[in-house]
Design a protein around this ligand. Structure first.
Ligand SMILES: [Fe+2]
Ligand SMILES: [Fe+2]
Length: 414
């Protein structure tokens, strides 16, 4: 096995796990589609048994995984593991308030008014939030386990779980990695995916409306009492305030997941090993599925009967009716959630329906860190957190695909 500098070894494996057990895609015994959190006990549960299981299952498989793997491949997977840990942290907060708190995605107790406001966007929102949380956790667990299986160092951001939890009903009182209370969202993806033009060919897009410095989760029970009636039509101050928070969340969901979709796409041309390419395509596809879902739900926040809606604490933040004549047309229509065919690769080729952007400068690791920081997602984090994230992102950003003839260029020991 190649040595990627990890101090971990196969000895992590619990001997009690039988290699002949039926296994699901995450390396857990097959006891249910979304069983891993139940098996692990918590979203932040130890990774060691997963990696250990993978290793013990078949060390020959681990050798196969590491064949052709480059330092760049490892750097890509390490950044993606970090990104997935951050995603899991934010989705966990959403699930505690407005998802389904069960033994698959434990933690939190739910906020009735917030859940009702999300339900006004789609009655299945709670399940979707739960499943998105489940998926992100599976991504980070898998990526770190894979890294360990090939002798590479997994990513652990636990020392940065220092941000406070919301004081509103529903939240666990634990340290967080991400801050969902002061978000400034670049929702230009809404226009970008309706356009025939492509940022990778130099076109810039503006958000359809501003969401600046706003909470996407309830802050406390004085601001948004959890027993507020959210039954439409929404007329009371407290109900409008809570709906504005839920609407912000709906746009945040899609903003995050379109970024993830582009990030994975940007990493594929940098990867060398086939198994890493398979991982990038397959997890990236899951991010696209999330984006498509949230794109649809965000549209319900900017169409009748909920829209227009103005946050009573911030008159400048209005969720407009994007189907109204003031906007109008294909650049805004809320039912146009499939990627409009756009320019791709060259102005001279036919328009193509694609994920975009996928160029590294627009969607790669460094671009994503900037995107998330500008969003306010890390407000309150320490300088060490930013330095760590930047270091992991820089390594991934610099990864380059190696051709067979480049074998000699691989670093010693790989
Ligand atoms: Fe993910
Ligand atoms: Fe995601």
């Amino acid at each position: 096995m190649k040595n990627f500098g990890s101090t971990h070894s196969e000895s992590l494996l619990p001997d009690s796990i039988s290699p002949t057990k039926s296994m699901d895609s995450r390396g857990f015994s097959s006891v249910g589609r979304r069983s891993f959190l139940r098996k692990m006990g918590a979203a932040g549960a130890s990774l060691a048994p997963v990696a250990a299981l993978l290793l013990k299952q078949d060390q020959a498989l681990a050798r196969e995984f590491s064949r052709g793997l480059t330092r760049g491949d490892v750097d890509i997977l390490r950044f993606l593991a970090a990104a997935e840990i951050l995603e899991t942290d934010l989705w966990q907060q959403y699930n505690e308030f407005g998802g389904v708190q069960d033994n698959e995605v434990p933690g939190g107790s739910g906020n009735p008014a917030y859940t009702a406001a999300l339900s006004n966007l789609d009655s299945d929102m709670a399940e979707y939030i739960h499943d998105n949380n489940d998926d992100e956790n599976s991504h980070q667990m898998f990526l770190n386990a894979f890294l360990q299986s090939v002798g590479a160092e997994p990513v652990n951001l636990d020392r940065f779980r220092t941000l406070p939890s919301s004081k509103a009903t529903g939240a666990q009182q634990i340290g967080r990695l991400t801050n969902l209370t002061q978000l400034t969202l670049d929702t230009s993806w809404y226009v970008r995916y309706r356009s025939t033009e492509n940022p990778d060919l130099g076109v810039q897009f503006s958000p359809p409306f501003p969401i600046v410095n706003r909470p996407a989760i309830p802050l406390d029970d004085n601001d948004t009492p959890p027993n507020t009636d959210l039954t439409p039509p929404i007329t009371t101050r407290n109900a409008i305030r809570m709906q504005a928070i839920a609407d912000t969340a709906a746009f945040h969901f899609a903003t995050i997941e379109q970024g993830g979709s582009s990030l994975y796409g940007s990493c594929i041309p940098k990867a060398t090993s086939l198994v890493v390419l398979r991982i990038l395509y397959a997890i990236g596809g899951s991010e696209v599925a999330h984006f498509q879902t949230w794109h649809d739900k965000a549209g319900n926040a900017v169409s009748t009967p909920l829209a227009p809606l103005t946050d009573p604490t911030a008159p400048e933040v209005t969720f407009p009716d994007l189907n109204s004549s003031a906007f109008g047309g294909e650049a805004f229509s809320t039912n146009l959630i499939m990627p409009e065919p756009c320019e791709f690769i060259s102005h001279n080729l036919p328009a193509c329906s694609i994920i975009r952007p996928t160029l590294s400068k627009n969607a790669g690791p460094i671009a994503v860190v900037t995107f998330l920081a500008n969003m306010g997602l890390f407000k309150g984090q320490t300088p060490e957190f930013f330095q760590t994230l930047q270091r992991i992102a820089t390594a991934a950003n610099e990864a380059r695909r190696r051709l067979a003839s480049d074998d000699d260029d691989r670093l010693e020991g790989f």
